[in-house]
Design a protein. Sequence first.
Length: 134
Amino acid sequence: MRCYSSDALIETMAPYLPIDGFNPGDWLADHRNIALEINGDFALFEYVNKGVYTGHYFFKSRGKRAVERGRDLLHEAFMGGHGIKAIRGLSPLEKLGARWLNKQLGFKSYGVIHTNAGPCELVILTKQEYLERG
């Protein structure tokens, strides 16, 4: 599940690259960051501070399959010994698919914040909330 291959990550992220300030090889080289992968679907957890990560996902899967993959990746994130206690995310308001997936995966919305990339929905899921959801 944990992935250290920048080639595999770049293959899945290709439609989204380049991303200003993001180099997949450099990002993966920081071992505080965690990349998880299932069959080309990636969840990236960027270290913020002890136990807190900013999540990003880049999936080839869509719909019901994406939800299944997301649940599997969250299970690994919280239960796989990575030390993740909370995941936060920022989804651009126009990314309706990502916002729908956040909701399906149990993330709670904390409203809209304005970023350099435009307005984004702030979502958070804690390990405790994940465990309570079952």
